[in-house]
Write a new protein. Sequence first.
Length: 267
Amino acid sequence: MIRERNQVINNDRNAKRLSKKKQNQSALTYSSTIVLVLVLLLLLDPSISVSAMGLLSTTTKTVVHHEKKSKNKENDTTKSIVTATNTNNNESESKSDSSELMILQEQAAKLRMEAESLQLALQDTRNQKLDREREKVDQWIDDLFLIGSESNKDDNVDILKNVDQVYQYMTDKRFSAEQIYKIFNRLSDIKMERSQGLTCESRSNCSPFMSLLLDAANKLDCTEKEDNPNKRWNYKIERILQKKLFARDWNIEYIADDEPEQQRRLK
């Protein structure tokens, strides 16, 4: 379409140039004829030389003016053709830019959809990992504190171990400080869930599970390292847990300076 339009413009330009060339040739022929007549008159009658020279000057000016006018028209026509060509080129470039922009927008939309899909998949993976971790810690709690459960008409009653039994289990199973922290945090979450966020584990509102955990941890802390078969227990944790519970009575989240880095990363 653009090529055909340019061809038409070129044909028009050539036709106009040919027409102007013929006009210029006619004007020159006319001027030459007048000059020739005037020369003959001068030869026949020198007395009319002044009038003849005036007519010759006027004729020359007319021819020059006609030539200038023709050149100006030709320049205007050339400018119009160039402007039309530039306009066509600009329209073509504009259409090309618009199509490229649409392609880029479509690619960007696809990339956004892929990113959102990957983000959802990543979040789902994280949730599954948290669920598995929660189930694992819940199993630790059951094994650490419960002997069993008895059921009656109303509900189930958990039978808890005593402090010595919890201490012995922690020693035999080689519990680490990180595991105790996870149990502590999980017990705190359970208390919040059951109370719908109204109460939390604290020094003044401590559950039986939390009390057993603190007493057994204190007993492990007080055991001499040489007498403790649990070599993974290399950190005194009970005093930090006590401070955390005490701070919660004042709505403060306490983190000890010497708290293990693993606990700092726990959420």
